[in-house]
Design a protein around this ligand. Sequence first.
Ligand code: AKG
Ligand code: FE2
Length: 307
Amino acid sequence: MALATIPLEQLVDGRPATAEQARDWCARLESGDILFFPETPLRFTADDLAFLRGQQQTGSSLHKNIAYKPKMDKLSGVDAKGGDGATVERLHGIMRGYSRQVVDFLSGFLAPYERRWRLDYASFRPLEEQNRDLPRRRRNDLLHTDAFPTRPTHGARILRFFDNIHPERTRDWVVGDPFAQTVRRFAPGQIAPRPGNAATRMGKGLARAVGLGKAVPSLKRTAYDDFMMRFHNFLKENDQYQSETARYPWQFPAGSSWMVYTDTVPHAVLAGQYALEQTLLVEPEALVKPEVSPLRILETMAGTRLV
Ligand SMILES: O=C(O)CCC(=O)C(=O)O
Ligand SMILES: [Fe+2]
């Protein structure tokens, strides 16, 4: 697990200089590296930044998680108390513009994917991350891999692009050892191929292996989604994992961007305020190294298809 630093001078019109370089960056991402842009490749106006940093977000103001849903062009997490209509409209406009910019940039930078992704939510994170008081499964200061309870991916990979828009402070992360290693260590052995509904059983087997009790098969979630969700919860709830696993700190400076496959890179945010983020669900067919995808790793362990 490493951090690949990409200075903007290395890009040509926002793209990798060669097709080979583009594939290599996709491969490194898929293998668990973080791609780090010391200077964001996006453009923000000073006005917009000042507006975003002015959102104070106390309990009575905007919601904790402000999400933008690009497909519906909808802003959520902003309640009536969140300010007057004009404030909400402005935030909506900024999030729409942010989401488009990220997609434009990644369409070029991740050219090998040919936009074979589903555009998921974007978010604005105005709260200080240090000492947030959240229920355990929602805490982001505990190492975890991402899975979304309401949005199963069916094997697509979760790629997230972040911007630290704080004027001075770093956003402080720690990352953990890679997915395959973590699954093998904390959900070992029991994952043998089985006849019958092997996919569902594998969900149960893995769930038992990690001490989670019965997996409930769901129509919308595949066995893969079921495992990924339970694994997310398991990591956050496991004191042994949290205390014994290796922790590698990264501090992302003000004005930088980074992207990472958060479905496999265990991560936690310890401190920082004001970030923007856009999530893409990259289709399995688009991957340049499908053999290192969590779907493939789990299917190999289970000896059966999981989606
Ligand atoms: O906000 C961050 O820096 C990362 C938080 C996180 O882990 C998440 O949103 O899944
Ligand atoms: Fe996360």
